[in-house]
Design a protein around this ligand. Structure first.
Ligand code: 0RA
Length: 814
């Protein structure tokens, strides 16, 4: 009877497990079918969003008071690790025989369910959790330190590869997630984790969560940055005003809780003319604003006017101060934490909760009035600036009206310098904004005049405007541009329906001046015509990067990749691999050669930490690295093998190798470090569990094994009638590329002016071949920040920018 019951129970458990599995699979499949529904898109934005999802879980753990450090490591192969020192995701059996960890990682929206005591506040823009990241990853491994042990479970495309394993002992706690985005989902092969994009987000998170340390390490370059701020938002404001002069020394700061809404605000006026208000809800940047921003603006306008009226400061003004006047030169950060946030708007970044407006408004009313009262001198300075702005605005408005009438823009007559297109349907029309009259001239000749308009912009004129932004409006080129677009101007007056082109394409040179002009134009659109960006009408032209010449023929190549393809194709016409394995054709040979490049690049990025020859010996001799680390004798065997190899291959340059083997209790195995001396230089290669379990190692190994199936070393190559032999895949690759370069002149593309009209058409204008980058509102925001640096009074940040860009220019010129 007892037995029978037991059996029954087992069976019911099993079928519940199966049922659960089916649900999990269906869930994961839904995510992989429509990734956009879960992470927004599968471009760079969605790619980085994966990281934010995982980091946000750690931030939640810190908001609950259990974690103060998050380490993020970008690996050489674009996998990434996020490690925190929180309590660790629970590992016990949760339901249907699955560990809680497995449930968190595989069941959609399961992440928060364990976390009842604190509401989930960060949760990312889409707040979808770890299971979505897991589903969209080729590999994902979670390690948890908890209850005295280290646990690990791995997944492929969201599906567990094995059950959770207990590896060894530890007295620490925390969660470490390593994942590699699946390239079947993220198809753009140029997608990489961008250090600056990640650093900016982590800096922001550190500002928003005072006391939390986020540290970012890039193993591809060795670059490292750490963000930790004790005074959170106050330091955020100082950072924003870094390149400006503050009007008053103290950052105004207050924090409070009303109607279950936590509100935190910091603000400071500077002597610039731009308004920078950043708003957040639950650590999410609410780009489209919403109720918190509305409450802030209302209270700010009210408080400033009451104070100014009471102190009799508004004598010179006809009416009262408008909101825009008060916010000129204001840097502010508003951060609210809300239990059930409602995000609305086109990009779901507009806060909709009504209770938040009142909460922010009443806090600002009370506390800002109080600050004005306690700081009368500074308050007076601020009000004077507002009045100045009100007067200037009035003057600018008059000038603008005048200018508009003069150029008769509304009448539809277009500026002489511009070449318009014949088509009238805006959806089919494009306008190229071209740097310089000479490139503009070529573009006019080259374009398809039915649909493409060209407006040359003289960069230098725009360049030197170091004054109030409004002045830009009196610039001839800018006036022409406004006239051409047909929307009118000014945040509140523009009529997007009237736009005459649905593609506005900025085409500048690939140098510092060009990037300067691009920044300026983007800033202009961001501040004066934001809806044009929001509608996705602004693009950046991507002229080719290379020009190759052989005898009489010239060719432009758009990027590094097309160059490699080109060299390879050329080379293959003159060579022949003698010992190519049977059944392998040219297509496979090509793929193989391109893979050697990848292999070599991976070795190069790993070269900060690994001696190249050691790695090559490892991939060629070690079948299973994890297995190797399980026994000291296995490691020693590899070591002897390695020593044997370098004594027999003196050309490798390696003269010495000393091994140290260490026991690792957390993982319950061994690790080793191998100190080699190569051409007199000492190098320490550490082979630890992190590496043994990394996707980098897996990838190296898989590539090596795939090479073996195409051609084994030594490779025998026939070039014309000569035979050459290669023992190293990478040397072989080098030879193939050199062969492709023979008789070729290769040049980095310099400027638009260098191409003649037909080349310009082929590479940059022709919709069939060209590459356009669509500008997002975030891009424009970043440009706006850069603009402040470029135009600001402070010399140091500008010098820094130019230095960094000069470096960039130098790299481009190689
Ligand atoms: C649920 C419950 C508990 C911790 C976590 C989730 C947790 C999740 C993540 C994700 C990344 N880092 C994390 N750290 C913790 C705690 C349950 C308990 O110990 O009482």
């Amino acid at each position: 009877m007892a037995d029978h019951q037991l059996m029954d129970q087992d069976q019911s458990k099993k079928s519940a497990y199966d049922a659960g599995s089916i649900q999990v699979l269906e869930g994961l499949e839904a995510v992989r079918k429509r990734p956009g529904m879960y992470i927004g898109d599968t471009t760079s934005r969605g790619f980085h969003h994966l990281v934010y999802e995982i980091v946000d879980n750690s931030v939640d753990e810190s908001l609950a008071g259990h974690c103060d450090t998050i380490l993020i490591t970008i690996h050489a192969d674009d996998s990434i690790t996020i490690e925190d020192n929180g309590r660790g995701i629970p590992v016990g059996i949760h339901k249907e025989g699955r560990s809680a960890l497995e449930v968190v990682m595989t069941v959609l929206h399961a992440g928060g369910k364990f976390n009842n005591e604190n509401y989930k506040v960060s949760g990312g823009l889409h707040g979808v959790g770890a299971s979505v990241v897991n589903a969209l990853s080729a590999h994902c491994t979670v390690e948890v330190k908890r209850e005295g042990s280290l646990w690990r479970q791995s997944f492929k495309k969201g599906i567990p590869v094995s059950s959770i394993e207990k590896l060894g002992e530890t007295d620490k706690s925390g969660t470490k997630t390593t994942f590699k985005p699946d390239r079947e989902i993220f198809k753009d092969e140029n997608l990489r984790f961008d250090f600056n994009i990640l650093a900016n987000r982590f800096r922001e998170l550190a500002f928003l969560n005072a006391g939390l340390k986020l540290s970012l390490l890039d193993e591809r370059s060795g670059k490292k940055q750490e963000f930790a701020f004790t005074n959170g938002l106050i330091e955020f404001i100082s950072f924003m005003n870094e390149s400006k002069k503050a009007l008053h020394s103290e950052v105004i700061y207050f924090k409070g809780n009303k109607e279950l809404v936590d509100v935190e605000i910091a603000m400071q006026w500077n002597d610039s003319y731009s308004e920078s208000i950043y708003t957040y809800c639950n650590n999410i940047n609410t780009i489209e604003g919403g109720t918190h921003l509305a409450g802030f603006k209302t209270a700010l306008t009210r408080t400033a006017n009451i104070y100014a009226t009471n102190k009799n400061l508004l004598k010179d003004l006809k009416g009262s101060l408008e909101g825009d006047d008060i916010r000129e030169g204001l840097a502010a950060v508003i951060s609210v934490k809300v239990r059930e946030p409602q995000f609305e708007g086109q990009t779901k970044t507009k806060l909709g909760n009504n209770e938040v407006k009142g909460a922010v408004e009443s806090l600002v009313n009370d506390r800002l009035a109080d600050w004005f009262d306690r700081n009368p001198q500074h308050a007076k300075l601020i009000i004077s600036k507002c009045i100045e702005s009100a007067l200037a605005r009035e003057a600018a408005r008059k000038a603008r009206d005048l200018a508009r009438r003069k150029t008769a823009l509304d009448g539809g007559s277009l500026p002489g310098k511009m070449a318009d297109c014949q088509e009238r349907d805006p959806a089919l029309c494009e306008i190229y904004l071209v740097e310089g009259d000479s490139a503009g001239g070529s573009a006019k000749q080259a374009r398809d005049r039915r649909t493409q308009a060209v407006l040359p912009l003289r960069g230098k004129i725009l360049n030197v405007e170091k004054a109030r932004f409004d002045k830009m409006l009196s610039n001839e080129e800018i006036k022409m541009m406004i006239g051409a677009l047909g929307t009118g101007i000014g945040k509140d007056n523009i009529n997007i329906e009237k736009i005459r082109y649905h593609k506005i394409i900025i085409m500048t040179d690939a140098d510092v001046d060009g990037s300067h002009i691009r920044t300026l134009l983007l800033t202009f659109f961001y501040r004066q015509l934001p809806s044009v960006i929001e509608n996705g009408y602004i693009y950046i032209a991507q002229p080719p990067l290379y020009k190759v010449k052989r005898a009489q023929s010239e060719k432009y190549l758009k990027d590094e990749k097309s160059l490699t393809q080109f060299l390879l194709d050329t080379s293959l016409q003159n060579m022949n691999v003698i010992n190519l394995k049977e059944g392998k054709d040219e297509k496979e040979l090509k793929k193989f050669i391109l893979n050697i490049k990848k292999f070599d690049e991976l070795l190069k990025t790993l070269s900060h930490r690994f001696e190249r020859e050691v790695l090559i010996q490892m991939v060629s001799k070690v079948r299973n690295l994890e297995q190797l680390l399980k026994s000291e004798s296995g490691i020693n065997e590899f070591y002897l093998n390695f020593k044997n190899w370098f004594t027999q291959n003196p050309t490798s340059g390696i003269s010495q190798g000393d091994i140290k083997i260490l026991k690792n209790n957390e993982y319950g195995n061994y690790e080793f470090s191998l100190v080699t001396v190569k051409f007199g230089y000492k190098f320490d290669t550490v082979v630890n569990n992190q590496f043994a379990f990394s996707t980098e190692w897996k990838e190296l190994k898989e590539m090596w094994d795939s090479f073996q199936t195409v051609v084994e070393t030594p490779i025998q190559l026939k070039i014309n009638s000569n035979e050459e032999t290669f023992h190293d895949y990478v040397d072989f690759y080098q030879r193939v590329m050199d062969l492709g370069k023979k008789g070729l002149s290769l040049q980095r593309y310099k400027g638009l002016g260098e191409m003649n009209p037909s080349q310009l058409w082929e590479t940059t204008l022709n919709p069939e071949n060209r590459h356009l980058l669509r500008v997002t509102i975030e891009d424009a925001m970043a440009a706006d920040e850069t603009f402040s640096v470029l135009m600001g009074e402070q010399v140091e940040p500008r010098r820094k920018f130019i230095e960094e860009n000069a470096l960039l220019a130098k790299e481009l010129d190689v």
